[in-house]
Design a protein around this ligand. Structure first.
Ligand SMILES: [Zn+2]
Ligand SMILES: [Zn+2]
Length: 158
């Protein structure tokens, strides 16, 4: 195994993540409203890809009267700010592991347990951009998703 490890989020890391989001939004003038911040907190806290409806259920469980468009709008905002990534193959969202860095996310998605691991990757973006340019393809900054089996599932530990 090449030093690949799944990081589970501790409460201190959640607070740290939110503090970083506050600082980033303050720096760019983006409005991290209480609702957007709450959605981000739920995504960060989950520590794994989470769907919009699951987030909505969690919001309602703690007394928010959120409607689906509200949650989707909040997720759109968080994506634009680079605070979360959408994983298309799982139709789910995951907190960015290094917000504030200009990066093209490379995300490994485990097809068995649904966990995801974002890698800090600098070469992939350049490589994809170069090849896209060569064939005249325009690529948005969507994460590059790679399906596979995580170390825990390989060992039979879900
Ligand atoms: Zn990221
Ligand atoms: Zn797995």
């Amino acid at each position: 195994m090449s030093g690949l490890r799944i990081k589970y989020l501790k409460p201190a890391l959640v607070a740290e993540h939110l503090a970083r989001a506050d600082a980033l939004c303050a720096a760019t003038g983006a409005r991290l409203t209480p609702l957007r911040r709450r959605v981000l907190e739920l995504v960060v806290r989950s520590g794994r890809p989470v769907g919009a409806y699951e987030l909505l259920d969690q919001m309602r469980a703690c007394g928010h009267k959120g409607a689906p468009p509200t949650v989707y709008r909040a997720l759109d905002f968080l994506q634009q700010q680079g605070l979360v990534h959408r994983i298309a193959m799982a139709n789910a969202y995951v907190a960015c592991s290094h917000p504030g860095c200009d990066h093209h996310a490379l995300i490994f998605v485990c097809t068995e347990c649904g966990n995801a691991l974002e890698l800090e990757e600098t070469q992939v973006k350049a490589s994809v951009a170069a090849r896209a340019e060569a064939v005249g393809f325009r690529v948005p900054g969507q994460p590059i998703e790679v399906a596979g089996t995580c170390p825990l599932c390989q060992e039979g530990r879900p």
